[in-house]
Each structure stands twice: as structure tokens, then as C-alpha cells.
Ligand binder design. Structure first.
Ligand SMILES: [Zn+2]
Length: 429
């Protein structure tokens, strides 16, 4: 299915209709009335054309928890969501803390072939927070790791965090922090506030996130290195990041679709599908996150796709696993929360879901729809409004908090360097 494709009447970044000619994996021409005898044609009338999406935060679970997800199933889910690159988080079993493990994950991604897999390396050995992992060896490996994170856990030791920031500075890397002060969140289950009190569950205070973000912004500034803040969830965090950026410090941040759309009120029925780390917060927090993403304080959307098997989620709230799937619904949630209210246009979506996450991940060849660029693209139909149906999902896990919710839009096709991975809303092979 590689070769020459002519996509007709698409709307690049939501603009005027144009045809797009793809040859040998590259966009070669964009304009009205193109002709290409012998090309495979795709009529994209009414569809929005965006650069292939880039996720900075995906849990693919392989190696070790193939019952929840594999690189193959996770990248199929990614393609269905319009993604052409995902960053695979390091909290696998074993952890991705050596050149050997990150190369294994990278190779599995190439074999699966539906979406590039860029491994994230662990910051500390075994994610145990006591000594640095082999950051240099992972950076020099075939996987060329540039993003390091102990995600799932916070690098809470300030000296280790400082050393990690200093270490990655030499090769232009970035430390992606899961900001969670462990002592302030011991046993925490839901956002601290009225709901936690009513449900009798241990509260998770906003300050546990904000204190770490503030400290790490100061550390990044002190050593002149790059910090990325994972899954920002509170209005106060947005304020701290806005302040750090105003200083010119190398601080970037992401927000998840679920924190943009959902609130702590959903925990009221003790359904663990809404249990996530960091927890769902208040409606005011969600509004601040939307505004922060719109004004660029928050750089990008990242899914924190966190698949879990049924037995780890369909249990009592307090013992259930934290996490939600998200790859297959992210673009629709961003459509609902940012585009529909007029906070972002489609060019803005392309920036927040492709160009900026690619830049933070130090990747080239992503984020632009232009002649000469790799033909990694997504075609999106903005018109339908349908309930989310998890049975259509390719992820091995079903823990989507959006099941049954009516959301706009549908991913129609995804191309990875000129090869369709999704056609007519289904996997192309
Ligand atoms: Zn995390």
C-alpha cells in the first residue's frame, strides 16, 4: 500500500480544501486540482488534515505486563487515534533503565510497524529513586533516548533530580517529572476536598503536585537544564509553570485529555474506572488547564494511556489500579474541550498534539504538513457525534473513562511515512 497516494479535498489544518500528493513516503505537493495518474486515491472531502499525532506519555506495558498491553496492541490503538509516534514510558517489568531494555522496546515498535515507538528511559535504576540509571548508555543506544522519566513515581530526592538534570544537559535531553510528593500523598485516593471528605477516601492535595513542580522549576533554572512536567492537574501548577516560563527557564508541560474533560465528581459512585494518578480535580482546575493549553503555558496534550486488565480495575476503589486508557479518544476529547468552545483552532491542535510534543521529545520529521515533509498524517472527520464504544478499541484493556460518553469526531485515516495504518476508521492491515 505504499507508493503514490492522492488525497483529494482535504482541509490542511482546517483551512481551505486542497489535494495532497504523497510519493515514496513524503508529501510532494499540496494544492488544488492535483492529478497523479496511477496514484491510489482517497477522497477526503470535509476531512481535517493534521500532522500525525505525537504522544509524549504512553504506557505500552511490554516487557512484563503483556496481559494489559503489548507494543503491538498499543501501537494499533495509537494508529486508530491518529498517532504516528508514541513515547513508551519506562515503568515496565523490568524497567527500561538500560540500553538493552530501551533497544528491545524500540525494536518491538519497528516490528509492529504501525506507529513509531520512542522509548523513555528511567531516571533511576529500577525506578527505585536511589541512584541514577544508565542515562548516557540509553542516549547512545540505537533507541537514542532523549526523554527520561520515572513516571508512576516521583524523583523526590532533590539531589538525584539535580544530578539527572545536569547529566542530560550534555546531550540535550530532558527529565520528565511525575510530580507527586510521596509523603503528602501517602495512601491518597482522590482529590483532597469536599468529595474526599464525603467519600471517606484519603485526599490527594494539590500542594503535593505543586510543591514538586515549583522545586523542579527552580532546580532546572539553577543547573540550566530542561524539565518537562508530566500530567499537570491543578490550577496552581499552571500558575507555577507560567511563572517559570516568564523567567525564560527551560520548562515544558503536558496535560491529559481526562484532566481536560473530567472532574472529581465522577468518583462519587466509587467506580474505579475514574481512579487515576494524579486524581481528577475540580471543574475550576479543568478550566485552568484548558486555558493554560490554549495560551501555551501548557505545551501539549499527552495521553498517559495506562491500560490495566479488568481484574485490576473492576474491584474496590481503594485496591484498584490507577490509570485510564486514552490513545483512541484523545483527539476527540481535545475537539470537545478546546476546539468546540473556540479556545483552539485546528492549527493549534496540530501544534499541541504534534509539533510541540515532537520538539520536547527531540524528534524531527513531525508536526508539519508541507511539501518535502514525511507523509505522517491523520484525516479527521469533525462532523459526527457518537458515544465512545470501547469494544471497537484495539487496546488490550478496556479501562476507558469515556465509555458511553458522546464525543465529536472520528479518525478516518492515519498515514505513517506514506503508508496507511488506518483507513475508513479501521486498521489498514
Ligand atoms: Zn505519571
Amino acid at each position: 500500500m505504499t507508493g503514490t497516494w492522492l488525497i483529494t479535498d482535504a482541509r490542511p489544518l482546517g483551512g481551505d480544501p486542497a489535494d495532497v500528493l504523497i510519493r515514496d513516503g513524503l508529501i510532494t505537493e499540496i494544492g488544488p486540482g492535483l492529478d497523479a495518474p496511477g496514484a491510489q486515491r482517497l477522497d477526503a472531502g470535509g476531512l481535517i488534515l493534521l500532522p500525525g499525532l505525537v504522544d509524549l506519555h504512553t504506557h505500552l506495558r511490554e516487557p512484563g505486563r503483556e496481559d494489559a498491553e503489548t507494543v503491538a496492541s498499543g501501537t494499533a490503538a495509537a494508529a486508530l487515534g491518529g498517532y504516528t509516534t508514541v513515547h513508551a514510558m519506562a515503568n515496565t517489568e523490568p524497567a527500561a533503565d538500560t540500553a538493552g531494555v530501551v533497544e528491545q522496546v524500540w525494536r518491538l515498535g519497528r516490528q509492529a510497524g504501525r506507529c513509531d515507538v520512542q522509548p523513555v528511559g528511567a531516571v533511576t535504576a529500577g525506578l527505585e529513586g536511589s541512584r541514577l540509571a544508565e542515562l548516557g548508555a540509553m542516549a547512545d543506544s540505537a533507541a537514542r533516548v532523549r526523554v527520561f522519566s520515572d513516571d508512576g513515581r516521583c524523583v523526590h530526592d532533590a539531589v538525584l533530580m539535580r544530578r539527572a538534570l545536569e547529566y542530560v544537559r550534555a546531550f540535550g535531553g530532558v527529565i520528565a517529572q511525575h510530580a507527586q510528593e510521596p509523603r503528602l500523598t501517602s495512601g491518597a485516593q482522590v482529590n483532597e476536598g469536599e468529595i474526599s471528605g464525603r467519600l471517606g477516601l484519603t485526599g490527594w492535595p494539590a500542594v503535593a503536585e505543586e510543591a514538586i513542580i515549583a522545586r523542579d522549576c527552580l532546580l532546572a533554572a539553577h543547573v540550566g537544564s530542561a524539565l518537562h512536567v508530566c500530567h499537570v492537574s491543578t490550577a496552581g501548577s499552571v500558575e507555577i509553570i507560567r511563572w517559570a516560563k516568564s523567567k525564560g527557564w527551560q520548562v515544558t508541560a503536558e496535560v491529559t485529555p481526562h484532566h481536560l474533560l473530567l472532574t472529581e465528581a465522577l468518583a462519587a459512585d466509587y467506580d474505579p474506572v475514574f481512579k487515576v494518578n494524579p486524581p481528577l480535580r475540580t471543574a475550576e482546575d479543568a478550566q485552568a488547564l484548558r486555558a493554560g493549553l490554549a495560551d501555551g503555558t501548557i505545551d501539549c496534550v499527552a495521553t498517559d494511556h495506562a491500560p490495566h486488565p479488568l481484574e485490576d480495575k473492576e474491584t474496590e476503589w481503594e485496591v484498584a489500579a490507577f490509570g485510564m486508557t486514552g490513545l483512541e479518544t484523545a483527539l476527540r476529547v481535545v475537539h470537545e474541550t478546546l476546539v468546540e468552545p473556540g479556545l483552539l483552532d485546528w492549527a493549534g491542535v496540530a501544534d499541541r498534539m504534534s509539533a510541540r510534543p515532537a520538539a520536547i521529545g527531540r524528534l524531527s520529521g513531525h508536526g508539519r504538513v508541507a511539501p518535502g515533509e514525511p507523509a505522517s498524517l491523520v484525516l479527521y472527520d469533525p462532523s459526527p457525534r457518537e458515544a465512545v464504544d470501547p469494544t471497537s478499541h484495539a487496546s488490550k484493556s478496556r479501562n476507558t473513562p469515556f465509555a458511553g460518553m458522546v464525543l465529536p469526531g472520528r479518525v478516518v485515516a492515519t498515514f505513517l511515512r506514506g503508508t496507511p495504518t488506518v483507513l475508513d476508521g479501521k486498521l489498514a492491515w
